[in-house]
Structures are given as structure tokens and as C-alpha cells.
Write a protein that binds this ligand. Structure first.
Ligand SMILES: Nc1nc2c(ncn2[C@@H]2O[C@H](COP(=O)(O)OP(=O)(O)OP(=O)(O)O)[C@@H](O)[C@H]2O)c(=O)[nH]1
Ligand SMILES: [Mg+2]
Length: 327
């Protein structure tokens, strides 16, 4: 599964060359030399990047690194223009950032079907009809030859809410009960190896939740699955922290998570945060009060949820919805 998820790739792109102009003379009985009537060449195909909401990886580009649009066709007699080369579309997931060879951002794809022409097809050259009044009736132009280049595609998934937590705290289970997503769930660490997305429909609006692999202490130093997938929460509006009720040291775990986020990108700490204690079905009210007290020293508002008993789930949905509405 992991190998099928690619969120960074370098590909070569080139638009089509313009078609060459044509040299031809229309000979008639009375004009043996003929009238120049060679048509112009067609335009080369554009190279276009297109958003596709059905894909969420660059895996389809892994073995297809060179993308070259078709050239325009040469002009024809009777002053006919050659056909245009077909445009070439490269489908990418929503949330793709396109960078040039020097890693400068060229564009971002944020909508389904959004199109960005990366390289314009070359113009066709004129045929000798165009130059019929010039001194040289044989004169024509070549089509413009385009030069391609390497580009970088980087995926930063676009979702409204990102789930943050240690492994095995119930992130994927929560995603599966809030949305139509069917992530893998397992009673062991690092069940999730690639991000999953799901959509919550509520009060005529909807929002997207993204589930990423669990984070552990020193993820920033490469422990566990590392911390690079945190780039997928960089564009979330809300970070929803899940701390499991199952084990002790909830406060310490929360501080570790905050520190790992800070190590990756300090800006992440400026995002709206919601903090929930998951698996609340496993503890009684006494334990809940203790946890509440611990977090009140941090001035963090927490609430309890359980994907099993459904405690707090409606409330959580409502708070997310309201927070997003106010943004
Ligand atoms: N008791 C209880 N168990 C839960 C709850 N939610 C999830 N679990 C169990 O906790 C285990 C881990 O759940 P996951 O949803 O895979 O956890 P995760 O946080 O996505 O884990 P990683 O992908 O490894 O980071 C599974 O055995 C779930 O059945 C809950 O609300 N209560
Ligand atoms: Mg998971």
C-alpha cells in the first residue's frame, strides 16, 4: 500500500512543436508557374495539468515520467492550414503544487477539473501562400520548436480538518464513523501508512477530514514513520488532536505531539486546535474528571469521544462545523 502513495515527483513536460508551413504552387493552364498556395502549419498541442478529485497520489506518473504533446501538422496545398496537435492532459490530485525546475511555484491545483496550461504549443509556420507577395515565392516558415523542461509536483492534501495523534488512538476509526471513508483499522501501531480522506455532510454543507499516520516522540528525528506526512496538514484549518483514554500520561502525550509539530513547522501551532480524549468508553466519570483537571492547567478545552459508544460524536461534528463556519 505504502509504495502506491507518492506525494512528490519530478516529470519532464513539453508542448508540441508548431507544424511547418508548406510550399506549393497551384498550376493552371494559363499560369504554368503556378500561384503560391502552400498553407500554414498547425499549432502544437498544449501541455495541461488538470485536477482530478478521484486520485490522491502521483503513483500513475511513476513509470511515465516524460510527457510530450503532439506536434502540429504541416500546412497543405490550397492554402489549407495543418491540423493542430492534440493537447496533452496530465491528471493530478487536488492539492498539487507545481514547481518549475528551480523549485519556484508555478501554480496550485485546488479544484476538480481545474486546468493550468504549463507549456503552450508552438505556433505553426506560414506557408508560401502567406508570402505570395514577397520576392521569393518559395519562402515559408518552420513551426516554432518548443523546449520542454522538468517540473516538480508536490502534493499537500487539501482538507479542512487534520487528525493528529499517536498511533492506535482511533484516528482512522473516527474517520470511518464520521465519513464514508473506509480506512484500514487495526489494534496495532502504524496501521495507517498513507493519508486517507473522508467527507462529512452536515447542515447543507460539507467538510473534509484527513487522517494521517500516527506520530510518536522523535518522529522529527525519523522515529516511527517520521514526520514528513505532516505536510499534509499544513493546509488544514483545524487540527483535531486525539489522545487516547486507554493509557496514562495524556498531558505528556499532548505536549510531545505539539513539540513534534513545532519541529516540523512552527506555523502549525498557529492553527485552530481541538483536543479530544478518544476511547472514552474505556473510562469512568472519575477518571474523566481527573483528565479534565490535568488539561485545565494547560487552559485547553477538552471533551470526550468514543467511536464505539458514540459519546461526544455529534458534539464534535457540531464544533468542527461551527469553527469552519466562522473562518
Ligand atoms: N474501546 C475503543 N476502541 C477503539 C475506539 N476507536 C478505535 N478503537 C480501537 O483502537 C484500535 C486502533 O484504531 P485505529 O482507528 O486503527 O487507530 P489509529 O489512530 O488510526 O492508528 P494508526 O493508524 O496506527 O495511527 C482498533 O483496534 C480500534 O478498534 C473507541 O472509541 N473505543
Ligand atoms: Mg490509522
Amino acid at each position: 500500500m505504502k509504495d502506491n502513495f507518492i506525494d512528490f515527483i519530478k516529470i519532464f513536460c513539453k508542448s508540441g512543436d508548431g507544424g511547418d508551413g508548406f510550399v506549393h504552387f497551384n498550376k493552371t493552364k494559363y499560369r504554368r508557374k503556378g500561384k503560391p498556395d502552400g498553407g500554414s502549419g498547425g499549432k502544437g498541442g498544449d501541455l495541461i495539468i488538470k485536477g482530478n478529485s478521484h486520485i490522491n497520489t502521483f503513483y500513475h506518473l511513476k513509470y511515465h515520467r516524460h510527457w510530450i504533446a503532439k506536434s502540429g501538422y504541416s500546412g497543405k496545398k490550397n492554402n489549407l492550414t495543418g491540423g493542430n496537435g492534440k493537447n496533452l492532459y496530465i491528471d493530478v490530485p487536488i492539492g498539487t503544487i507545481i514547481k518549475d525546475v528551480n523549485k519556484n511555484i508555478i501554480a496550485e491545483i485546488i479544484n476538480n477539473n481545474q486546468k493550468k496550461i504549463l507549456f503552450q504549443g508552438g505556433k505553426g509556420g506560414h506557408g508560401n501562400f502567406f508570402f505570395r507577395k514577397s520576392k521569393n515565392p518559395y519562402y515559408y516558415q518552420y513551426g516554432i520548436k518548443t523546449i520542454g523542461n522538468w517540473i516538480f509536483l508536490e502534493l499537500k492534501i487539501l482538507s479542512d480538518v487534520g487528525l493528529i495523534g499517536f498511533p492506535n488512538v482511533g484516528k482512522s476509526t473516527l474517520l470511518s464513523i464520521l465519513t464514508n471513508a473506509k480506512p484500514k483499522i487495526g489494534n496495532y501501531s502504524f496501521t495507517t501508512k498513507i493519508p486517507n480522506l473522508g467527507m462529512v455532510k452536515m447542515n447543507d454543507s460539507s467538510f473534509i477530514i484527513g487522517d494521517i499516520p500516527g506520530i510518536i516522540e522523535k518522529a522529527s528525528e525519523g522515529k516511527g514513520l517520521g514526520h514528513f506526512f505532516l505536510k499534509h496538514v499544513e493546509r488544514n484549518y483545524i487540527l483535531l488532536f486525539l489522545i487516547s483514554a486507554e493509557k496514562e500520561n495524556q498531558k505528556k502525550k499532548y505536549l510531545i505531539l505539539l513539540n513534534e509539530l513545532k519541529q516540523f513547522n512552527i506555523q502549525l501551532l498557529k492553527k485552530k486546535r481541538l483536543l479530544v480524549i478518544s476511547k472514552s468508553d474505556l473510562i469512568d466519570d472519575n477518571k474523566k474528571n481527573k483528565i479534565k483537571k490535568i488539561f485545565s492547567t494547560l487552559k485547553e478545552n477538552i471533551f470526550f469521544i468514543s467511536s464505539f459508544s458514540k459519546e461526544g460524536i455529534q458534539k464534535l461534528k457540531y464544533i468542527i462545523w461551527k469553527t469552519l463556519k466562522l473562518k
